[in-house]
Design a protein around this ligand. Structure first.
Ligand code: SAH
Ligand code: SF4
Ligand code: F3S
Length: 467
């Protein structure tokens, strides 16, 4: 048994990173059996679930949509917000009940919530029916753990930190058009509200040549879009000390010639002029940047440990807008950080009015055990925080709509990814600027970049006609 420990998780002493070439031999011993997989949290988890799917499919399992029909349930969890945790424990109630009827059902929890010591203790003490708990640093062990459930009772295998980068990881990708590529694991920023540096470990960059090999391979398979992935993509290379930074990587990736290249998430603090120049220079690097601001108040930013001021953010924002034609910029904002005053909140409204973001993910601060902000005094009531969120969302949505309206009657290139969620008669896809577009059309449009004329604009999507 290995249980997580927050002190070890927090450790950022310099260590040598070990590069490990994964070469797993997985036998299809569960042929005919079914898996039910649910994913919570960010793109990192969505991509990890593609690794989980590879393991499950290689073991012989096939996917089912109904929990009751499953032989194995895998929940890939997130630790950022309380409601994600509540959903997991909701599912566990159903799993516990199901296991009474199907004693051979395997229940496995993985992902960021499992890096939290309190959650793991709770599972050991009160949820004995859970078979496997595995952390973010040893997902590759999943196939072995599943096979072992028949000899071992509850297996708890969570490591607190990692000095490893796995290469040659295999994925069962969700899409044949658009693919994720991890370029850097972990986060060293320690924003005071955030649990990610504890759940994902120290910053560890993959080697440039390995990333380029993966990009080339995806291009050869016919992928039209890749998204470079990391909690801070633009911290890429800092730990390698090889003189290769994110801008260099981006340029090398662009030269391979995949039609659409994206990246998430970039931290304003690591955003260099060189990056802006590379994005502006290459047509296949999409003019879309997610640039989390978190707050409009310098005082709050300081207490969040965000390492930039509003003046610096504005400066960066303006340079990006100036140098990258037609760029769209989205952001993340937290309201109700401990003791955020009315004036602080007003400054957040002011910066949103200044930047007029294309979109924003907005959150109420949620204290996470182990983080510095969870220990800060907070006199602001939850009702007040809800009111602030509501007010902020109204303004954010107004600008989303206004930005979308600028597309009316324009011709745009849309990469069609599949049928629209809301209307099966329609297909949907994204512009280079990451605007969701719905068009009337048949399935043969999927996987093509087509010209569309925009006919209607809403806050969260555009409607268009295929030209
Ligand atoms: N690495 C990325 C994303 C981190 S998580 C980045 O730095 O931008 C995604 C978003 O969740 C954050 O940008 C932040 O806005 C929000 N978030 C993280 N921790 C939170 C917390 N404790 N309470 C509320 N929102 C939080
Ligand atoms: Fe969390 Fe900050 Fe790291 Fe983003 S940069 S993952 S918000 S600690
Ligand atoms: Fe959640 Fe972990 Fe991502 S905490 S947001 S799944 S990095």
């Amino acid at each position: 048994m290995n249980k997580p420990d927050l002190c070890i998780a927090k450790d950022r002493k310099k260590v040598d990173i070990n590069y490990i070439n994964l070469d797993l031999d997985i036998k299809p011993v569960f042929k005919g059996k079914k898996y039910f997989l649910r994913t919570y949290g960010c793109q990192m988890n969505v991509h990890d679930s593609e690794e989980i799917k590879y393991y499950l499919e290689s073991l012989g399992y096939s996917s089912v949509e109904n929990l009751e029909n499953a032989d194995i349930v895998v929940l890939n969890t997130c630790a950022i917000r309380e409601n994600a945790k509540e959903k997991i424990f909701g599912y566990l109630g159903r799993c516990k009940h199901l296991k009474k009827i199907k004693p051979n059902l395997i229940i496995c929890l993985c992902g960021c919530l499992m890096q939290q010591p309190s959650e793991v203790e709770e599972i050991i003490n009160n949820h004995q029916y859970i078979d496997i708990v595995i952390g973010t640093h040893n997902l590759f062990e999943l196939p072995k753990r599943i096979v072992d459930t028949y000899h071992q009772k509850q297996q708890i295998e969570v490591f607190s930190n990692s000095d490893k980068v796995f290469e040659n990881v295999k994925y069962y990708r969700n899409s044949k058009i658009s693919a994720w590529i991890n370029i850097i694991y972990g986060c060293d920023k320690f924003c005071t509200y955030c649990i990610v540096p504890f759940t994902r470990g120290r910053e560890r960059s993959r080697k440039l040549e390995e990333i380029l090999k993966e990009v080339q391979d995806l291009k050869d398979q016919g992928y039209l879009e890749i998204t470079l992935l990391g909690q801070n993509v633009n911290a890429y290379g800092n730990d390698l000390n090889l003189g290769c930074d994110f801008a260099t990587l981006l340029e090398e990736v662009a030269k391979i010639g995949i039609p659409r290249i994206r990246f998430v998430t970039s931290h304003p603090w690591n955003f260099t002029d060189k990056m802006i120049d590379v994005i502006a220079k290459y047509d296949n690097i999409m003019p879309y940047i997610h640039l989390p601001i978190q707050s409009g108040s310098d005082e709050i930013l300081k207490r969040m440990n965000r390492k930039y001021t509003i003046a610096e953010y504005k400066n960066l924002f303006n340079t990006i807008k100036e140098k990258i034609p037609n760029v769209s910029i989205t952001t993340d904002i937290i309201v109700g950080f401990p003791n955020e005053t009315d004036e602080d909140f007003q400054k957040t409204i002011d910066i949103v009015n200044y930047c007029k973001f294309d979109g924003a993910f907005t959150f109420i601060f949620s204290p996470r055990v182990g983080t510095a902000a969870a220990l800060m005094e907070d006199k602001i009531s939850h009702d007040e925080k809800e009111l602030r969120l509501h007010k902020l969302n109204q303004i954010v949505n107004k600008y989303s709509l206004e930005n979308n309206q600028k597309y009316l009657n324009k011709l745009v290139d849309v990469l069609i990814i599949g049928p629209s969620d809301k209307d099966n008669e329609k297909m949907c896809g994204y512009t280079d600027t990451m605007k969701l577009v719905n068009v009337i059309g048949a399935k043969d449009l999927i996987g093509k970049i087509i010209k569309v004329k925009i006919t209607d604009a809403k806050s969260f999507s555009l409607d268009g006609k295929v030209i």
